[in-house]
Design a protein around this ligand. Structure first.
Ligand code: NAD
Length: 372
């Protein structure tokens, strides 16, 4: 079995899907590991850091043509696809809900495509959960971005030049990214408040030493995730939040509802009423934004309030984001073999849940639905 990986060619992508540690694990199974020159360089893993028994290809296409399993960060793209061996397995964050014609092409090419995003979020699959690992990176980096853009300190300082009061940070959405943002802002010494619509987050926020903001809305949906709010609930949330926002220096928003655009929680006028010099980092930017003025990939000024809409933040912490991602990938590969034999057990709910194409067909229900 040959596992291949290449340099990611999506814009601003610096992560890599296989790191030296996980390459060694694949080699230990008796598998071959073949990679494109400098595949991991941008993430901090030069070719020489990979085990000597890995094979360095001459060209990208050599990897694509030889790989039985191609592992990647961003998955399928139209330039690479025709070079892949018919029948190969492709694993990556393939964005199953966008540009779905790619999957028809992949199925025609007899590829078996696994989407890391579609791995069921069950306990046994936690070690493969890229949504969690990458969200943790994003939550951490969002706070650092805010801290470096804010005109103030985060911690309280007692100095000969007087006392500096700590920054007031509010984190909206206390999922994986939000909790990491809260922890990071706490470590920087800020006064941190968290908010979510799922009641179980109250304890989680408090266990990090932050306060919980109660806005009087409780919206648990399927599988323990949040559901969309009703118009009335949204109004209650907004009225209470508008008041609180007037005292906030830094706002980090991370709210998401699975399969839906990011909920807009902070309106343009709420931003206008925030203090001059406040900074917002909207992690919902890629999904349309949690704040009215947010523009993905841009920083917008609303009066004196800075609204930052970052895209692909995990790629800006490429070493650890890659390390975590690569371990997620390895943990998935680890249920795809018996001894050194590669086998796919379709009775395994993880494999069955994450597969998008196999046997020449698009098989994932949601992707099929998207194709009409
Ligand atoms: P997510 O990215 O889908 O959403 C982020 C947060 O936004 C969630 O906490 C959600 O409740 C919140 N949110 C949604 N609408 C909101 C609104 N209108 N106002 C305020 N907040 C709103 O979620 P996630 O971080 O991927 O996961 C959420 C939780 O799911 C985790 O904290 C964890 O408990 C659980 N989870 C379990 C597993 C597992 O068992 N394998 C894996 C991952 C996550």
């Amino acid at each position: 079995i040959t596992v291949g990986f290449v340099k990611e060619n999506a814009a601003n992508e610096s992560r890599v899907a296989v790191v030296p540690e996980t390459a060694a694990k694949m080699l230990a199974l008796g598998w071959q590991v073949l990679f494109e020159p400098e595949a991991g360089l941008a993430a901090g893993f030069p070719d020489s850091h990979y085990p000597d028994t890995c094979q360095l290809a001459k060209r990208r296409t050599d990897v694509l043509e030889a790989a039985d399993i191609l592992v990647s960060v961003n998955g399928l793209n139209e330039t690479d696809l025709p070079h892949l061996k018919q029948g190969a397995v492709v694993i990556g964050m393939v964005s199953p809900y966008s540009d779905q014609q790619r999957f028809v092409q992949a199925a025609d090419h007899k590829l078996t495509v696994f989407s890391m995003e579609l791995i069921p979020r069950i306990t046994r699959a936690q070690a493969m959960d890229v949504l969690s690992s990458q969200a943790a990176v994003a939550g951490y980096k969002a706070v650092l971005l805010a801290a470096s853009e804010a005109p103030r300190f985060f911690p309280m300082l007692t100095t000969a030049a007087g006392t500096i009061r700590p920054a007031q940070v509010l984190v909206i959405g206390a999922g994986v990214a939000g909790l990491q943002a809260i922890a990071t802002a706490k470590r920087l010494g800020a006064n941190v408040t968290g908010y979510d619509v799922r009641p179980e987050t109250v304890e989680q926020v408090k266990s990090l030493g932050a306060k919980f903001l109660d806005l009087g809305v409780n919206a648990v949906g399927e599988g323990g995730y949040a559901r969309e709010l009703t118009a009335e609930e949204k109004q209650t949330q907004q009225d209470n939040l508008a008041e609180h926002l007037k005292s906030v220096d830094v706002l980090i928003t991370t709210a998401a509802v699975p399969g839906r655009p990011a909920p807009e929680i902070v309106s343009q006028s709420m931003v206008e009423n925030m203090k001059a010099g406040s900074v917002i980092v909207d992690l919902g930017a890629e999904g349309g934004g949690n704040c009215g003025p947010t523009k993905a990939g841009e920083t917008v000024m609303v009066g004196q309030v800075k609204v930052i809409g970052p895209v692909n933040l995990p790629a800006s912490v490429p070493l650890h984001a890659s390390e975590m991602y690569a371990r997620n990938i390895w943990n998935l590969l680890n249920i795809m073999h018996q001894e050194s034999d590669f086998t796919l057990d379709w009775d395994d709910e993880i494999l069955a849940g994450a597969v998008v194409t196999r046997d020449g067909q698009v098989v994932h229900a949601a992707v099929k639905q998207g194709l009409g």
